[in-house]
Design a protein around this ligand. Sequence first.
Ligand SMILES: C[S@@+](CC[C@H](N)C(=O)[O-])C[C@H]1O[C@@H](n2cnc3c(N)ncnc32)[C@H](O)[C@@H]1O
Length: 233
Amino acid sequence: MTQRTIPITSPNFIPDRTPDKPLDWSAIFGNTRPLALEIGCGTGHFVIEQARKQPNLNFLAIDFYNKGCLKTCAKIDAAGLQNVRVMRVEARWLLDKGLQPESLAAVYINCPDPWPKKRHRSRRLVNQEFLLKLAQHLMPGGDFFFSTDVGNYAEDVAEHIHGLTGYRNILQESWVHTLPDYPISKYMQRFLDKGQNIYFIHHQRDAAVLRRDLPDPGLQQGYRFDWQKAEND
Ligand SMILES: C[S@@+](CC[C@H](N)C(=O)[O-])C[C@H]1O[C@@H](n2cnc3c(N)ncnc32)[C@H](O)[C@@H]1O
């Protein structure tokens, strides 16, 4: 079924879907605070809470889902938050084209689409190539948070990131089931209400590794993104 795209008029929405050069975040936010990115913000529960807790950071919340961006903007506008902007953009596109290297103080990915069938797992967003790409964009010492309710997604990400040049595990374990002070997203709450576990992974960009020593995977192999299909999903 084709969904109607509802125009987003919020002043906190950046309408560029396919930026072709890095955006000027200090001009956009009117300050030079560090930038944090939430990938797949859904309807914005997490970013609102995190932005309230961390007024010292600017937040960019992205999703390719029109209604999610609309609802996230409505929440930001109602809360009067000055430190959050929203873009309807595909994550890998944004990383590749719209952001400077080493420009992100934190990246959050909460409950990404799980692709539970084994034959669909290659469609998962977070894989080794993606983690390599992300390492290029995290500032030295920048945080990477990943959460999922899917045990084998957590296992895969933990396996990919373990020992990967540029990352340092902040936890004693590969993952934990509670992370103090970490806001609960809408999907997390849904799974917690059903009695399921959430797996949290927290790494940092290892400040001891220079960017020139990080492997650059380029744009993901087989990378394809069909906006028309996304509109109709
Ligand atoms: C399962 S929902 C989780 C939403 C939210 N993070 C939460 O935990 O409540 C995953 C979201 O990620 C978005 N998404 C998936 N892949 C994406 C991509 N490559 N770029 C941008 N958004 C993406 C989807 O549109 C969807 O809104």
